[in-house]
Design a binder for this molecule. Structure first.
Ligand code: MN
Length: 371
């Protein structure tokens, strides 16, 4: 097992395995309004018409999942109208086992609203969001903006940090990590407590290389032909269907570990620049699929968003990312979005943090006010 200090930023990410006290159970159900009706304006296809189509997909329902892996974040900001933050009681045990319980609670909350906008403290929660959305939309495309690849696995990660594996989790590259059945206890026993502190248990390595060996085959034919197409032996766990790699558009990912870079290059994931035209061009191949739009705020130049857990310089400005978000919403049916608010826990409650979240949400068409 390797737990080295890594030069690469992704490698520097570390998981923290401290069990946190748990609070009351509370999954929220918000209201949302799915507007169905005629389009107005030009009768012929046009950008304006497309914008209206997306705009009429419905109002956003904010959902707050104030967690980083299995740790509750007390200072996490909660917007008006979001209801109670999701805070199930987590069992003692391994970090993946605890996350499994958490993710099932989040998936349940997400499934109860038509158009969830999920504010989270990490990226792996995307697994729960996708799981909830899949109950309504079987096939999904994912647009993922992140400074990192989130494409590590227990087998290749330098640090073992689970937050750097979020896309691998979604695409079934971490089978056994959370357990493949319904129960979280399965996850705990499969992943083992070793997974909490570092990647290298034998079980995790075996699972990871198994995933690598089936990667890519058939996933290219992804669009619209069934979420399980070409990913038969992959597993996400907790009833979540693996996403075909080709359904994932990964924007930016400027900070990759060497093995992660190789894995991405050999995969079907569509790696693009964080530019509106590049993202929408990649989405064109996935036309017709509803989209889950995920943003890790660390995609932003760290100078613009002080206090991040894993700041990465020389990134896009807020204005550029706003354009990316708006472009995706204008050209695709964005049925769910996630803003991973990966600030340090003592900075996530800052006024500047709320301002940044407000701007990003507004680019999606959501007006957030704060309690
Ligand atoms: Mn991320």
């Amino acid at each position: 097992m390797v737990l080295a200090s890594a030069a690469a930023r992704g490698g520097a990410k570390r998981g923290v395995a401290v069990a946190s006290g748990a609070g009351a159970v509370g999954s929220r159900a918000g209201r949302s309004h799915r507007v169905v009706g005629p389009y107005y304006g030009s009768p012929s296809p046009s950008p304006l018409r497309t914008v209206r189509r997306s705009h009429m997909a419905g109002r956003w329902s904010p959902v707050v999942a104030p967690w980083h892996l299995d740790e509750y974040i007390p200072a996490f900001p909660v917007p008006v109208g979001a209801g109670e933050a999701i805070r199930p009681e987590l069992p003692a045990g391994s970090v993946p086992g605890r996350m499994s319980v958490l993710h099932r609670a989040i998936a349940d909350a997400v499934a109860q609203v038509a158009r969830p906008l999920v504010l989270s403290g990490d990226c792996p929660i995307a697994r729960a969001v996708v799981g909830g959305v899949q109950r309504r939309h079987r096939d999904l495309a994912v647009v993922w903006l992140d400074a990192h690849g989130d494409f590590n696995t227990p087998a290749i990660s330098i640090s073992g940090y689970l937050g750097g594996m979020a896309i691998s989790m979604l695409t079934g590259r971490t089978p056994g990590l959370f357990g493949d059945g319904e129960a979280g206890n399965g996850a705990a026993s499969a992943a083992g407590s070793g997974a909490a502190s570092a990647a290298g248990s034998g079980a995790a390595n075996a699972a990871g290389s198994g995933a690598a060996s089936v990667a890519g085959s058939g996933a290219a034919s992804a669009a619209g032909s069934g979420a399980s197409n070409g990913v038969g032996s992959k597993a996400v766990g907790d009833g979540v269907s693996p996403l075909p790699e080709a359904n994932v558009v990964l924007a930016d990912a400027r900070d990759l570990d060497p093995a992660e870079r190789d894995a991405l290059a050999a995969s079907q994931v569509r790696l693009v620049a964080a530019e509106p035209g590049a993202i929408t061009a990649a989405l064109r191949d996935l036309a017709g699929l509803p989209v889950y739009l995920h943003l890790d705020v660390d995609v932003l130049d760290s100078a613009d968003v002080p206090g991040l857990r894993f700041p990465t310089e020389a990134g896009p400005s807020i204005a550029q990312i706003e354009q990316c978000l708006a472009a995706v919403c204008a050209t695709a049916d964005v049925v769910a979005a996630g803003l991973a608010c990966t600030w340090q826990p003592d900075r996530v409650g800052d006024a500047a943090t709320r301002d940044a979240i407000t701007r990003l949400a507004r680019a999606l068409g959501a007006d957030l006010a704060w309690r």
